[in-house]
Ligand binder design. Structure first.
Ligand SMILES: Nc1ncnc2c1ncn2[C@@H]1O[C@H](COP(=O)(O)OP(=O)(O)O)[C@@H](O)[C@H]1O
Ligand SMILES: [Mg+2]
Length: 229
């Protein structure tokens, strides 16, 4: 992972530097915002798995994505908070444990901290397929429509599930709808870009190639890194 400072400072980073220069703790950033901002971040954190509740995005490509999505956010009505409309997507590719999911949740948290109103969903591809498999009592079309239309979607571990025609078709329908609507999607995958084509077909790979910016990760499994005793 490169040095985030090299790609220029985003708004959040600038604020953090100012806070540090004044001896304040940037972690306390939301506390300094209005009460609504703090409440919103707390509400977001309640939906984030505990492991990633303190995640901070610092990957240069993820920060670049954040800047673009914040720049494109627009209020629905005059005076309303800006909300996520359309924007680029991200494809985060790297080995297991590289920090992809951490960056995805960190990016969500940064969006909220930046004051953007964002409806979001996060799911692993495997969990989504499980939710969509026909079984009594589930309305698969409704679930698919929800994740296809939510303004920001984290689709974690794409290409990791066993592939079948059904998996390929569902993935195509999801990605195609988000591609058409230009909705920001944070995709993580263990596969190399070329392997995604083999796993999910050309229709999905081609759309991802056009709609995503690529964030690559150092081939280090952070879960197996232990600090020196
Ligand atoms: N930038 C980071 N700072 C601190 N811990 C991190 C960072 N990135 C990842 N981790 C931790 O490393 C482990 C693996 O990260 P994770 O995002 O789950 O990897 P991946 O999704 O690539 O398999 C997790 O315990 C996560 O909390
Ligand atoms: Mg992960």
């Amino acid at each position: 992972m490169g040095d985030p400072q090299r790609v220029g400072a985003g708004a959040l980073r600038s604020v953090e530097r100012i806070l540090r220069a004044r001896g304040m703790n940037p972690q306390a950033l939301p506390e300094l915002g209005d009460f609504d901002g703090r409440t919103r971040l707390q509400q977001t954190d309640a939906r984030i798995p505990p492991r990633y509740r303190d995640a901070r995005a610092d990957h240069p490509t993820v920060l670049e994505w954040l800047r673009e999505v914040v720049a494109q956010a627009a209020p629905a009505n005059p005076g309303a908070r800006p909300q996520v409309t359309t924007g680029p997507s991200l494809l985060m590719a790297g080995v297991t444990g590289a920090g992809k999911t951490h960056q995805a949740y960190g990016a969500l948290r940064s969006l909220i901290q930046a004051g953007v109103a964002v409806r979001w969903e996060a799911t692993t591809a495997a969990d989504l397929y499980a939710d969509l498999r026909p079984h009594a009592g589930n309305d698969a079309e409704r679930i698919l429509t929800r994740v296809a239309r939510v303004p920001v979607l984290v689709l974690d571990d794409l290409g990791a599930a066993r592939t079948s025609e059904w998996v390929e078709e569902i993935t195509y329908r999801l990605i195609n709808q988000r591609y058409n609507r230009m909705l920001p999607t944070l995709v993580t995958t263990n596969l190399a870009i070329g392997e995604l084509r083999g796993a999910l077909g050309d229709r999905v790979a081609s759309r991802l190639a056009e709609m995503t910016e690529r964030a690559t990760f150092e081939a280090v499994d952070r879960r197996r890194l232990r600090p020196a005793a």
